[in-house]
Ligand binder design. Structure first.
Ligand SMILES: Cc1cc2nc3c(=O)[nH]c(=O)nc-3n(C[C@H](O)[C@H](O)[C@H](O)COP(=O)(O)OP(=O)(O)OC[C@H]3O[C@@H](n4cnc5c(N)ncnc54)[C@H](O)[C@@H]3O)c2cc1C
Length: 384
């Protein structure tokens, strides 16, 4: 006899761990299957920090989801007693007409979000590590800050287990098929039957969701840690914001305060400058020329940061062509399969609300959250 569940969740990274948690908390019998161990560094949810913010330059349609995500992150911290969110404030810097500044302002105004506009002089006065050009401005948001991805995933796994989900690590799904009113899921160890399947594959979407018809691009991204000239004291989160900085050529970098003590420096990265890869072929070695390019970009806007290079690590983005997410019932299997993928390098701040949405979709077929923007049919060549 195959073990039977209400829902099988495939992939227990950022999104899948949240889905397993929300489903189990609502009383569903949940099996979570993960290819690697708990909280690993081979997908998209590692590296110590992620930016969170509400004045969302990508599209104002994300704002209601962010407001809910902030509430859920707060309760996740409370329920698990883990250090997850540090709302140290954030600046979106660039020319006034840049997407980073103008787009953030548009969302702030549309949703009446607390924010301040700072000119270059005021940016330098408040945040002396930042050296904008005279024609650059910033939107400052006090509620922006950072999230700790490993602690987030660990917290959701902890709560899922507390609510009696079965979580199987090092047990990848090999394939699945429709079976009776639900699905049958195969691993090397076993075959499981379930009413519902929720697939949260991260960078494995091109392999696990070929039938979705979405042209994903998986991208290698690099995170860099530097020891600032003069030490980390000015970079401490009590007085240093997170930042996203777009230059006149449209290149965006983003970075964090020094959150892990004086020895571990501060993290910075290019937002969208990856090269295509696959989870199997990604080059995990970071070259000197890449470190030099990062240091060069910083020399203009945070000149004290690239004092001494400490380390680098790679991570993957799963991009859709329009960089909006895919969260929906699977158009080819609308009765029994739900998908969450294509988070395009900006999904982490949404993790708990995506978990809530996936639980809604799997258990009721619908959700009250606004997810119209994330319908995969907008991208697929194939008819649904
Ligand atoms: C360098 C970097 C910086 C980022 N910065 C930010 C930021 O500042 N703010 C922000 O909001 N977002 C940011 N993001 C994006 C965010 O981290 C991702 O959108 C999010 O982590 C994606 O979560 P996921 O669950 O889709 O993927 P993952 O966490 O990778 O989870 C997918 C899981 O599926 C598992 N899996 C795959 N195949 C199988 C199988 N066959 N069977 C079982 N399990 C399987 C994998 O092992 C993996 O654990 C960043 C991403 C990167 C890489």
């Amino acid at each position: 006899m195959s073990p039977t569940y209400d829902v099988v969740v495939v992939g227990l990274g950022g999104m899948g761990s949240a889905a397993a948690c929300h489903l189990a908390a609502r009383g569903a019998r949940v099996l979570g299957l993960e290819k690697f161990g708990p909280v690993h560094n081979r997908g998209s949810s590692h590296g110590g920090s992620r930016i969170t913010r509400q004045s969302y330059f990508e599209d104002p349609a994300y704002v209601p989801l962010l407001l809910r995500a902030y509430e859920l992150y707060e309760s996740l911290e409370r329920d698990t007693d883990r250090d997850i969110a540090t709302l140290c404030g954030g600046v979106m810097v660039g020319p006034p007409e840049s997407r980073t500044v103008a787009g953030s302002l548009r969302s702030a105004r549309q949703w009446d979000l607390p924010h301040e506009m700072l000119d270059a002089k005021e940016i330098r006065r408040r945040f002396p590590t930042l050296t904008p050009a005279d024609d650059e401005v910033a939107l400052y948001e006090a509620r922006a800050g950072l999230l700790r991805p490993e602690n987030t995933v660990a917290a959701h796994l902890q709560l899922a287990t507390r609510h009696e989900a079965d979580l199987h690590f090092e047990e990848p799904m090999l394939r699945w098929e429709p079976y009776r009113d639900g699905v049958r899921v195969h691993t090397a160890e076993n075959t499981y039957t379930a009413g519902q399947l929720v697939i949260c594959p991260g960078a494995w979407a091109p392999q696990l969701l070929t039938d979705l018809g979405v042209p994903f691009t998986i991208e290698r991204q690099v995170m860099y840690w530097f020891q600032p000239d003069g030490g980390t004291a000015p970079f401490r989160p009590e007085h240093h914001p997170v930042y996203i900085w777009e230059d006149a050529g449209g290149v965006q970098i983003y970075g964090f305060p020094a959150i892990d003590g004086p020895e571990l420096g501060a993290k910075v990265a290019f937002f969208r400058r990856g090269v295509p890869c696959t989870p199997e072929t990604i080059d995990r070695t970071v070259r000197d020329a890449e470190v030099a390019a990062m240091a060069d970009q910083l020399s203009r806007c945070l000149p004290s940061l690239p004092g001494r290079f400490l380390k680098a690590a790679t991570c993957m983005y799963s991009n859709t062509p329009d960089e909006h997410f895919v969260i929906a019932r699977h158009p080819g299997h609308p009765e029994s399969v739900t998908v969450a993928c294509g988070f395009s390098g900006h999904g982490f701040k949404f993790v708990p609300v995506v978990g809530e949405i996936l639980a809604d979709l799997a258990l009721t077929g619908t959700t009250a959250h606004p997810i119209e923007l994330f319908d995969p049919r907008r991208l697929s060549a194939a008819p649904a």
